[in-house]
Design a protein around this ligand. Structure first.
Ligand code: URP
Ligand code: ZN
Ligand code: ZN
Length: 456
């Protein structure tokens, strides 16, 4: 029975203040409070440090096929990057091949992650080839610990787009299985039409990525799915939102009683569409596209609202060589950006320290809320007695700079190169084992990560 006592830290629980101690026993939090003391195998002095629950990245794509290539991080390199960023649980997605059952797609993904993952992981189930047999599988997938099903209103060219009737059938089936439907909301027909038009005109520079995936494509798709769901009332979670109008519509739908939740990503808080004008602008191609400066400002504000629940990263990195395959041809560029390692540091440095995001809300967005929405709470996402001892010790003093040279993803560039950050993640613990100590990896070999089933 191994006991670790962390003393004198700061926490951001509702009752925070003072100096807090946490006793960890056998991988679980045993006690937390201002008066906790005990004999222990290891005592850590956390004076001047915050103790946060381990972060949860609710949106990663390790090694997924996109535009003839595969995102560069597998579960090994991707979860190494995660642990350096304090992310102790990643939520990734199954990939359903044409004609493949959901169960088979889940098994394939589980097999792949099992020997590689260094941090814990859970899955969302992609539904891209939908028919009646697939709908019948949904309750069994939920029983197997996956309660969120992702649908796309886009990616028509990749054969992933569901039409409205399919969307309604999915919403209905998932609601009755007790799950949640996640939606990638862009109008795929509009995107496909505009893409073909710009390509035919020879307009293929990175700037046309944004023109081919305009704000209206997101606004229309969000509006349509909210409308369809009025008749079903399935819990609904919109991923990677980018526009003021879509976020406002979701606020309104929530006020009108729809069980609707949402996510945005660090990249949509950091960049507007002017990045596509840069010489290396094509590297920033991701779907949806970046928007106006006013949208970026609004997204920051929206983080302070209750119904903006999660910041997930949509971690889907490609190397320079992979990105170069689409140089000058936006429609051939593999879409996606890295994010898992810099999730907290960006939100902290750009949000909390600039007075745009209270620290308590930040931690909720990347820990408690994803755990609650996706059935992992209270095992994950909190520092309650009985929870897994997943935690991050953060020193808010000092500063640093983001550089690809110091990051751990399998790519050779960073969209955030040179960005100033504040503070340092000094220690990271997963289930009572140190992964990072004094900023360096000391644990978390491939295979240490475990599947965390969602409980509904
Ligand atoms: O461009 C992106 N976001 N790539 C990852 C796949 C997705 O749509 O989330
Ligand atoms: Zn997406
Ligand atoms: Zn994604």
């Amino acid at each position: 029975m191994k006991r670790i006592l962390i003393q004198n830290g700061k926490v951001v629980l509702p009752q925070s203040g003072g100096k807090w101690n946490i006793l960890i026993e056998d991988g679980k939090i045993k006690e937390i409070g201002e008066q906790v003391s005990a004999t222990a195998d290891q005592i850590i002095d956390a004076t001047g440090r915050f103790i946060f629950p381990g972060f949860i990245d609710a949106h990663t794509h390790m090694g997924i096929p996109i535009r003839g290539t595969q995102s560069a991080d597998d579960f090994d390199s991707g979860t190494l990057a995660a642990m350096y960023g304090g992310v102790t649980t990643v939520m990734d997605f199954t990939v359903q091949d044409k004609g493949e059952s959901l169960q088979h797609s889940l098994e394939r993904r589980m097999d792949w992650a099992k020997s590689k993952a260094r941090v814990d992981y859970a899955f969302h189930c992609n539904v891209t080839d939908l028919n009646n047999d697939i709908l019948k599988e949904i309750p069994e997938i939920v029983r197997r610990g996956v309660m969120s099903f992702k649908a796309f209103t886009a990616y028509r060219e990749a054969g992933m787009q569901l039409h409205d009737r399919q969307m309604m059938d999915l919403l209905w089936a998932v609601k009755h299985a007790g799950g949640t439907v996640m939606v990638h909301a862009e109008n795929g027909d509009l995107v496909s039409f505009l893409t073909d038009m710009f390509v035919a005109q020879g307009n293929t520079s990175a700037a046309f990525h944004a023109h081919s995936r305009p704000a209206q494509s997101e606004i229309e798709a969000v509006s349509r799915v909210l409308t369809l769901n009025q008749f079903i009332q399935c819990p609904l979670y919109f991923v990677h939102l980018t526009t003021t109008e879509a976020v406002q519509m979701i606020f309104m739908a929530h006020e009108n009683g729809q069980p609707v939740y949402m996510e945005t990503c660090p990249q949509y808080l950091m960049f507007d569409k002017s990045v596509y004008e840069q010489e290396d602008g094509y590297r920033y191609i991701a779907a949806p596209a970046f928007r106006e400066k006013s949208d970026v400002a609004y997204l920051w504000q929206s983080l302070n609202q209750r119904v903006m629940n999660v910041v997930g990263t949509d971690h889907c990195p490609f190397t320079i060589k992979q990105k170069d395959m689409g140089k000058g041809q936006f429609h051939l560029t593999p879409n996606g950006l890295p994010g898992v390692e810099t999730l907290f540091s960006i939100l902290y440095s750009e949000g909390s320290r600039k007075g745009r995001l209270p620290l308590r809300k930040l931690i909720s967005l990347i820990s408690e809320e994803p755990a609650r929405l996706f059935g992992l709470f209270p095992q994950k996402g909190t520092l309650l007695p009985g929870s897994d001892a997943d935690l991050v010790l953060f020193n808010p003093q000092g500063s640093g700079q983001i550089s690809a040279a110091n990051l751990h993803s399998a790519i050779d560039w960073s969209p955030y190169e040179g960005m100033e950050t504040i503070g340092q993640i000094e220690r990271v613990m997963l289930r009572g084992q140190w992964l990072i100590e004094n900023g360096k990896q000391t644990g978390g070999a491939p295979g240490f990560g475990q599947f965390v089933p969602a409980l509904i």
